[in-house]
Write a protein that binds this ligand. Structure first.
Ligand code: SAM
Ligand code: SF4
Length: 321
């Protein structure tokens, strides 16, 4: 089996695929208040296009896939895509990141289709705060979504929380307790600058500060637990807490991924605006050209992001977070 190794010795075995830019939420750090102009459906890769891309990528050493968006469950028949991916030799894990609202409808079908596990984004337990952050959502819908995941038999569920000063930093402990009570890991993510949040520094909280808040309440033990990416995990008596520090350069050293946008562009690094368009090659089912472009994307993958000098120009919803 081939391996994709970049110039800095990082093995790339993981792809995050944004399957749609559409979303039913308007999270303050991700999406403008009035939404964006959705890309026309005909511009998006079809499920068959995505499966073709993955067949080629799997031969090159990609073994793990994350489906994201926008809100991935806003795209119909996602279970059909999961079934297609499940039939690809070499792909041994398919996970999903979702805002959770549509899980009561789809969780069972996703499980039957072969989805390995689900991460739900949840930044607050207060309905008022939830509305402030998502602008439109209701917390009860997420709780129902989590209940549906459990009922469908998913394991290794994770909660992802973006921590923002003066917005949800007073809820860190409650969120840890909430996740662990339900048997989930929780990961705290540093706020990443985008054009949407020009005052991001005011709300940014570094991971060390978050860790200190947790340490005041819990004993935290370092672990070598690894999932798919650069998160660092600590063990508490009640469960695991992970930290994702996109602004730190150490995060880049552990990077093992590329991203595919809903329109078929590879984004080699979340914190750079370099894109490589594969759509034509995918649509022509030109295996050699897709392979060449994947290898090229890995070859030019930057050593580290430049988020502090250039804010990410697209919204996260278009990149997939
Ligand atoms: N809609 C799905 C969800 O919310 O999980 C999937 C897409 S969303 C873009 C993926 C992840 O990116 C979410 O966990 C979200 O919190 C995170 N995200 C979006 N914008 C961010 C930002 N500016 N800083 C840090 N994380 C961000
Ligand atoms: Fe939608 Fe997820 Fe972005 Fe929130 S973070 S607006 S749920 S894509």
């Amino acid at each position: 089996m081939e391996q994709l190794v970049d110039r800095f010795g990082r093995v790339i075995n993981y792809v995050r695929i944004s399957i749609t830019d559409r979303c039913n939420f308007r999270c303050i750090y991700c999406m403008p208040k009035n939404g964006i102009n959705w890309k026309p459906m005909e511009n998006l890769l079809t499920y068959e296009d995505i499966a073709f891309f993955l067949k080629v990528a799997a031969k090159l050493g990609i073994s793990k896939v994350k489906l994201t968006g926008g809100e991935p469950l806003a795209r119909k028949y996602l279970d059909n895509l999961i079934k297609l991916i499940n039939n690809i030799d070499g792909i041994n894990e398919i996970s999903l990141t979702t805002n959770g609202t549509m899980l009561p409808v789809y969780a069972e079908d996703l499980k039957k289709a072969g989805l390995s596990r689900i991460t739900v984004s949840l930044d607050t337990l207060s309905n008022k705060n939830f509305r402030k952050i998502t602008r439109v959502g209701n917390i009860e819908d997420i709780i129902k979504g989590l209940d549906a995941i459990d009922k469908a038999g998913f394991e290794k569920t994770k909660i992802n929380t973006v921590v923002m000063r003066q917005i949800n930093d007073n809820e860190i402990i409650d969120l840890v307790n909430f996740a662990h009570k339900r048997g989930y890991d929780i990961r705290f993510i540093e706020l990443m600058p985008t054009e949407l949040i020009p005052n991001w520094r005011k709300h940014f909280i570094g991971i060390n500060e978050i860790k200190n808040i947790i340490k005041e309440k819990f004993d935290m033990e370092e672990t070598d637990k690894k999932t798919n990416g650069p998160s660092v995990y600590y063990k508490l008596k009640s469960g695991y807490v992970g930290f994702i520090t996109p602004l730190s350069k150490a995060f880049c050293a552990a990077c093992n991924r590329i991203r595919l946008s809903s329109e078929g562009e590879i984004i080699a690094c979340l914190g750079h605006n370099i894109r490589i368009n594969l759509k034509d090659a995918i649509r022509k089912r030109d295996e050699q050209e897709v392979e060449r472009l994947i290898k090229y994307a890995v070859k030019i993958k930057p050593k580290e992001h430049s988020m502090l000098s250039e804010s990410i120009h697209s919204t996260m919803s278009a990149i997939g977070g």
